[in-house]
Design a protein around this ligand. Sequence first.
Ligand code: CU
Length: 469
Amino acid sequence: MQRRQFFHRALLAGAFTAAASASVGRAALAGLPEPVMATGPETAPPWTPPGVTGAGRPYRPVVTLNGWTLPFRMNNGVKEFHLVAEPVVREVAPGFEVNMWGYNGQSPGPTIEVVEGDRVRLFVTNRLPEPTTIHWHGQRLPNGMDGVGGVNQPAIPVGKTYVYEFEARRPGTFMYHPHADEAVQMAMGMMGFWVTHPKGRHPLINEVDRDYCFLLNAFDVEPGAKTPNINTMLDFNIWAFNSRVFPGLDPLVARLNDRVRIRVGNLTMTNHPIHVHGIEFEVTGTDGGPVPKSARWPEVTTDIAVGQMRQIEFIADEPGDWALHCHKSHHTMGAMGHDAPTMIGVDHRGLVSKIQRIVPDYMVMGERGMYDMKEMEMELPPNTFPMMAGHGQFGPIGMGGMFTLLKVRADQAPDDYSDPGHYAYPSGTVAYEYPGPVPDAHRPPAASGPSSASQALPQVRRPQGHAHH
Ligand SMILES: [Cu+2]
C-alpha cells in the first residue's frame, strides 16, 4: 500500500516524470520498467497519465472497483507496462484473507488503460511456482502475441520474463488472463481488466462522466481455510466482484444526471445476470466492440455469460442508494455449506431446548426463512466472513458476495468518487408501516375430507386420445 500511495501522491502532484526518472535511470530505460505494486483492496482514484499524451487526446480514465490502474512509462513512443505474475494475499472482505495468485500484489491484476492506436509493450515476469502465459482477450494483435501456451508461444518458465508487443488497434473493453493451466490459475484469481479508449470522438462510444469496471470471479474456500480449492468445477462459495465481496465492496458513486458507464467481464464458471435498481440501462458494447445504436434496447438486468464482457450505460437521474447485484440470489450470499437441510415450515418448538441439553451450541437455522441469519452473531471460523452481512441505515442488509450500491447524489462533486454515506431520504418517501387492523381475506372454505379435497382441486382436462394411458 505504501508504494502505491506513494505513486498516487506522486501522480497527483504531477511528479510522475520526475519520480520515474529518479528511479529509472537513462541506462535502465533499455531494460525492464520497475514493476508498480499494490497491496491494498481499496478503490484507487482514476489515473490520468500526467505529461503523457500518447497516441490520443486526453481521455476520461476508468475507475476499477476495489482495484487500480497500472502506470506505464513512455519509451520512444511505446507505452511500457510490467506485469508480475505472483502469489498474493487478497483481503476478500475485512477479516477474510485468501491466498491467491495475481499480478503486481493483487488479484485481480491492475487495469491496463491505453488509447486506440497506442503501441504497447508488456513485460510479464513469472514469479509463480509453474509456467504461465497471458492471453489478451478480445484484442486484434499478431497471432504470436495471443498468449495461448504451446500454440502461440512456449509458456513462460518460472522466473523468466517474456515481452508482448502490439498496437491497441480497436477501442473497447477487454480483459487479460492466463492461457496455461488456466483452470487452476483463474481459480486462483489470475485476471485483469483492459480498456482501450477511442483516439477521437467515436460515433458509437459516448463521452461519459463516470466509467467503472470490474470482473466477476468465484472461489471455493472452505470456511476457515485460506487457499481456494482448485479442483472445484461448479460449486463455488465465494462470488466476487474483483476478488472482493460485500460488505467489502466500495459503492459506485455518481453525481445526479451523470452519464455512467459500467464495464463488466465474467471469468467465473457460470453466467451472472447483473441487475441495477432505480434506472434503465443499455448495453452499449461487448468484448466484440460497440453495439450499433439500432441494436440497443433498455434493460434493468443483463446476463453476462462465461467469458463475456458487457458495457452498460445510463443517466443517473434518480438520487438514492440503489442496489447493484447479481440476480442469482445465492451469489449475493457469503460462504456457507450447501448441505444444510431446508427447515422452512418445520416446527422446532420444544425441540431446541431438549437438543441444547446435549449440544449446548445447537441453533436452529431457517425454520422461518433465513432472515434471522442477518442478525445472528454466530461464532465464525477464524478466516471467513458472515454469510449475510452489512448494515444500512434501517438495519441489517443480509447480503454478501456480488452486491454493492450505486449511490447517486445531487451534491456529489464532479470527479469525486468518495463514499457519500447513507442517502438522506426526503421526508415521506420511505415505505412505512400501516398502523390499522388488517381485514381477513375471503378464502374458499377449507377442505375437510377426501371427497371435499378432491372437489377443491382445480379441474384437469385429460389430453384427447390418451384416456387409456
Ligand atoms: Cu451471479
